[in-house]
Design a protein around this ligand. Sequence first.
Ligand SMILES: [Zn+2]
Length: 496
Amino acid sequence: MTLPSVQIHGAEYLSLKSLAKVVGNPPILARTRGTVRIQLGSSSLVLTVGSQKVRVGKSVVVLSESPRRFGGGIIVPLELLPIALGARYGENYVNWDPETRVARIGERAYSVRLLRVRAYPDHTRVVVEETRPHDFVLREDGASGRVVLELKRGIVSPSIRSSQVPDGLVASIEIQQLDNDSRITIHGAERRLRSKVFALERPDRIVIDLFPREGPERSSRQAETVTKTTPERADKLKPVARGVESTEPSDLLLSRQFVKTVVIDPGHGGRDSGAIGQSGAKEKDIVLDIGIRLRQLIEENLGMKVIMTRTEDVFVPLENRTMIANRHRADFFISLHVNAAPRSRAVGFETYFLSREPSDRGARASAVRENTALNLEGVGQDAQRGLKTVLWDLAQTFYVRESSELAELLLNELGQNLKVDNRGVKSAPFFVLIGAAMPSVLVEVAFITNPEEEQKLEQETYRQRVALALLNGIAKFKTRYEKRVGSMSAPSPVVR
Ligand SMILES: [Zn+2]
């Protein structure tokens, strides 16, 4: 079955009718205007025209664009197709290749479904999520700084791509689909990687922890091979790597506190003043003040380490801001901004996560405005595009879900605490978020172009309230994230 798609502002859509045809059930219009439900096997899909949020079964998925009306019908972003197919036929049986845009059902179901990378202060963790356990071999090549994982009879999901990992320890991860096996090659930055590997269940996954190789190697062997097979996986959660320093997986240490460091990025600064209000308030000053207040609140209440990209009125190139975050191995990154709009009546706040295409016209305008610092840095159009391609995959593959969740939590708190219009979670291509090797969001706290909002922003008490609301959102994200990661890699043995 081939389905026609429509392109609008560079984003690709599919008609609701086509989507319904593929999943084999007609769309049912709800009483609420613009809300549609489609049955997908035992669960259902609920979408609303103009809303990026789609409910699939019990979970909510935030799309990069909203379903909209077009040519007398409703169209939905193309990315909804693999989601709906997965829910309808079972995720393991749907193979969606975003490159060729072909969905295959029940054919060569992939067995390696997701790759996650996370940088911690002393190591980087690569998690390979499987749909079934594989026999695997891990080879560590000290001389070349490579760590190679081969999954026997593995089929890599086409959504996993080779990526750069600018975290200082790992340089890149290369994905290869061989005839019978899948190969994942981790290239170290500066040729120095030491690894530990272990397998966990529910979901099946292989965890590789990478550490810097310090001092002269104990063993001068060029390569060491570690083999591990499936039957061991249920009863032994110990690292199987050679030279095991401790019998406990590093999860034990991590589970106490995962989320330790946050980077607060007050937008603009120096010669880049950002948006300016009618009475002369400058975005760069307001966001710096909110950022400093937020830092104090986080340090006092959450005991986390806070790194600021600037604490003074100085110009910081956009790229350096994420580099600061990557260098400190931050757990998440929050860029603070104040909105501006030609219509001076516009009010409310917005939170953003990174997407290739803006989610609406307002999001496009925000991205254009926030990206203008690149021109001040003298970065040409071509270089801007290059930067975007290189860094895109990483951000896109690994952190979108967490970033949109953080954006959502911050938005809810701002809404509850400030009682101002909530303009929703949006997404757009913000350069300042692109290189971040961690969940990252951009917050537009109010419209400086609206005289009333400008007046509020000039009040210390209001800026403190904004900082407090952000603190609450961060606290919720921290708790939720730690709970999830904690249960995912719980060190207690798995009971069958
Ligand atoms: Zn800004």
